[in-house]
Design a binder for this molecule. Structure first.
Ligand SMILES: Nc1ncnc2c1ncn2[C@@H]1O[C@H](COP(=O)(O)OP(=O)(O)OP(=O)(O)O)[C@@H](O)[C@H]1O
Ligand SMILES: [Mg+2]
Length: 347
């Protein structure tokens, strides 16, 4: 029986742009109830009656899908819904660029504790090792961990001409909300406060000229997170997940959230996906196989790679000297550099 992969269908639909906003129909959240069974593709397209999609757009989409290998039948139904034409409603004005910063990359996860900060820090160091000027910002106001991970606990940044100077460490410029709050301060900040704190903070930092700013986002996909995402001018987001189902479900929520705000997901990194045996060095699969890769394929985003669970990762991070810096010749550091290269080359 002929069959087509859902990923290829999603990719094809993504090639069709809404003429008003120049964003694709999937990023705009206008494709619903997509099913791909064997060679049969079916979905709904939401259309604003006030600004209907032209007949040719839908016709082109049908022809493109019919031309895919394995597709036998395409059923597109159109549903009228007011206010969908320009994408997610009430989106605030686009975030202002940060002076001196070329690209901003968010490292995010739906679920906490999956190794987001570990990945953010090591990717930043790996990008610097590739010769780029890199900054790293800890936007995790609930649990800033960069001061610990970068060996900068208790460090106070200086202010020059009203601008906060990042701290240079291991060849990257570091800024953390953790520098500005006491470790035991209760963080009862609500969403809008977090938003204004981070966006204001971001502009008061004197980054100088940098190629990449890596942002360690707080975990979650709730409203506070969404607001934060919109306040920072992101060029792309990397989603970190572990292979367990519960983390993957949250990773999917993260994918949908970035889709909703129109931020490109650069790809998925699976952390602690395998286990490296300390005695023999062999790499074993301990959880369900390839969950991160399968999720990436399902949503049509690149799979950037797996970082194994390894006994050297935690002590180096928790001890303030991340593995890409402390053990640059280790296989784990090589994995981080591979992933960084994939991101730098546009994944
Ligand atoms: N690949 C790995 N191998 C071994 N330990 C790891 C690995 N990745 C992360 N860890 C350890 O797991 C713990 C959680 O990692 P990390 O703080 O990076 O997660 P996080 O997602 O940023 O958490 P939070 O949601 O609290 O911000 C840390 O102690 C870290 O050193
Ligand atoms: Mg963290």
């Amino acid at each position: 029986m002929p069959s087509v992969h859902e990923r290829d269908v999603i990719r094809t639909i993504r090639r069709v742009k809404d003429p008003d906003s120049d964003k694709d129909l999937i990023s705009l959240g206008r494709v619903k109830e997509l099913t791909v069974r064997g060679g049969e593709v079916a979905f709904k397209v939401l259309v604003d009656p006030a600004r209907p999609l032209s007949e040719t757009v839908l016709k082109d989409l049908r022809v493109m899908l019919e031309e895919l290998d394995g597709v036998e039948k395409v059923a597109i139904s159109v549903q009228q819904q007011a206010g969908v034409a320009s994408g997610p409603a009430k989106r605030p004005a686009p975030a202002q660029p940060i002076p001196g910063v070329d690209h901003v990359l968010a490292v995010a996860s739906g679920k906490g504790g999956v190794g987001k900060s570990t990945v953010a820090v090591n990717l930043a160091l790996a990008m610097a090792a590739e010769g780029y000027r890199v900054g790293i910002l800890d936007a995790d106001i609930y649990g800033p961990s960069l001061p610990t991970m970068m060996g900068l606990k208790g460090v106070q940044p200086v202010v020059v001409e009203k601008r906060i100077q990042p701290i240079e460490k291991y060849g990257v410029r570091v800024m953390s909300l953790g520098f500005l709050v006491e470790e035991d301060t209760p963080m009862v900040w609500r969403g809008p406060m977090v938003h204004s704190a981070v966006t204001q903070f971001l502009r008061e930092v004197d980054w100088g000229r940098i190629d990449w700013l890596v942002v360690d986002m707080p975990p979650g996909t709730g409203d506070a997170h969404l607001t934060l995402t919109q306040g920072v001018p992101l060029d792309g987001a990397v989603i970190v997940t572990t292979p367990q189902d519960i983390a993957l479900i949250d990773a999917r929520k993260g994918l949908r959230m970035f889709d909703k705000v129109g931020t490109r997901v650069v790809g998925i990194v699976e952390n602690m996906g395998t286990f490296v045996c300390p005695d023999c060095g062999a790499e074993h699969e301990i959880f369900s196989r390839g969950g991160g890769r399968a999720t990436a394929e399902r949503y049509g985003v690149p799979f950037l790679g797996t970082i194994p669970l390894h006994q050297d990762v935690a002590p180096s991070g928790d001890g303030g000297d991340p593995i890409v810096h402390s053990r640059p010749d280790s296989p784990i550091a090589a994995r981080f550099r591979e992933i960084a290269r994939r991101i730098l080359s546009g994944a």
